[in-house]
Ligand binder design. Sequence first.
Ligand SMILES: C[S@@+](CC[C@H](N)C(=O)[O-])C[C@H]1O[C@@H](n2cnc3c(N)ncnc32)[C@H](O)[C@@H]1O
Length: 558
Amino acid sequence: MPLIDRLREAGYLDSSSEDEDPKATKGGQKGESKGKGKGDGKAKSMADSATDEALTVSFKQSATSTEASDDGDDKNEDEGSNSTGSGTDSTNKDTSDDAIKAEQTESETKEETQEAESERESKAEETTGTADTTPETTRPSSPYSDYPHYQLSDHDDGYGSGESDMSEIQIRNHEKVRRVVNNSHGYFNVLGRADCLQQRSAGTIPPPHKYCEKVTVNRFGQVVRERRKKKSQPEDESEYRIVELTYPTGDDNAAEGFSIWGFKNGIRVYRLESEFLPRLYAQKVKTCVGFDYIDISAVCPPKVVTVSAEESAAKAKLLSVTNSATETLTDTPVDMFVDSTATSATNSDTPIDKPIDISTNRPSDNDASMSSSLQPTLEVNDTFAIRPSALGGLGCFALRDLYRGDHVLVERPLIRTNLLYLFHELECLSPEGRAQFEALHAWHPDPNASRAEQIWTANTFIAGELEGLFVVASRFNHACSGSPKQNIGYRYDRHQNVLVLTATARILAGTELLISYGKSRQMLQDRFGFECECGSCQMGGESTKLLTAEELYRRMWS
Ligand SMILES: C[S@@+](CC[C@H](N)C(=O)[O-])C[C@H]1O[C@@H](n2cnc3c(N)ncnc32)[C@H](O)[C@@H]1O
């Protein structure tokens, strides 16, 4: 039997519910135009694509646990939870008591049949042990991998493909729960169930209602209250909620978002799931909704923007950066590219006025000395390679002759924040991002500092009013400004949110590329734990007092 029919039979899809439940159809503000009329088709496409039994089972599992929830969102449910029978409107008693009863009986019978069937099915699932058979490898990565993970859809419609990437599954009208599979990962992660259990046992979360109630107007114009006993009451059922958000962005495509909230480690987590939502709106939601933590990893996965060759060529036409001999760093906005076209400049004083190209050649591909953990990091160019340095750890080395004004690296931050929000930001990182972070050099003047703080302190650059962690730029070692060894300058471009590293002198292939972290030997010692021996740095000056990363950096680069 096709999945769609099985879902319907089991009561997980209710075609009448959209009309009856204004809240549930609210998403139709947008979803209707996109999804209406395709609701069935979408479900069908799910059914069609559901060749894998595990998909069906895990969906059911999700639906079962979801539908059992009573999160208090539904006023109707709450109101009716204490009544003992159907609450027919008393003013119209004489006309249609019988009809109402008949309807109710019919509805209850139907409900019971569905419940019985569904129970049978879930028992069968338990017995056969299929409920958790979704192979781990097929599951998309998630920062919440410690929580149950339900794969709802295995078809990959890709990002932003309009209608096709949105599936709506309404799970029982009286539950008013909507599931929107609207991210490229196609996963649904139920948050915080274990924590909810804990909180409930601690008495901080009210127990779920045993009944829910649906209020409708029947064909005689009477208000009918249908009270239903909830199907099953698994203990961990209710403390998450799927909601939808609509943002008045003025841009239709960006105006919709879907999210889930729940608890994680006792913290209310609001997980935004729409790819359409920019980070800005996530922040707005955070402010408006007042949640403790907004998980935006599904919305804004940290990623490096790679410009395609065509895009690059088009941009190169529009954008040409001119660097004068005296001004090595330009204010011209830059894109995420690396300049690899400077091959024939004759000396460092030659003004550079050339189009910017992008190179996607990674030195790491050919460079055996490069740590394998670095290879997948970023779109590194053919200008330099990261290798072990005589100064300590790794460093960046010119792969070819460079000229003053050459852009060596343009990089977006993996994280841009301040210490206060560092840990939240870390939680938002993808596993790959987290691995990139963890691979960085770590040092902190306070031996009790966490590793995250050590990494943050040892690597961040000032990025506007915040600090930014740039995975590749972090590998550049230091030479004091004024020292002949310092050959790279940098600036943060706040418009593009990129750090731009530029050659400040003629650099021969093989030379280590060095930026200046500051000029005080004491500060370098306090802040980075190394003694600079360049000879150009100043001896005394800075206090040895432990400063925050922000304070330290402010002193260094303000
Ligand atoms: C931002 S990291 C630079 C990359 C680092 N070498 C690595 O392996 O990732 C800063 C650290 O590099 C080392 N370092 C950078 N410049 C140095 C220098 N001139 N002399 C000695 N150590 C240096 C210090 O350990 C410093 O804390």
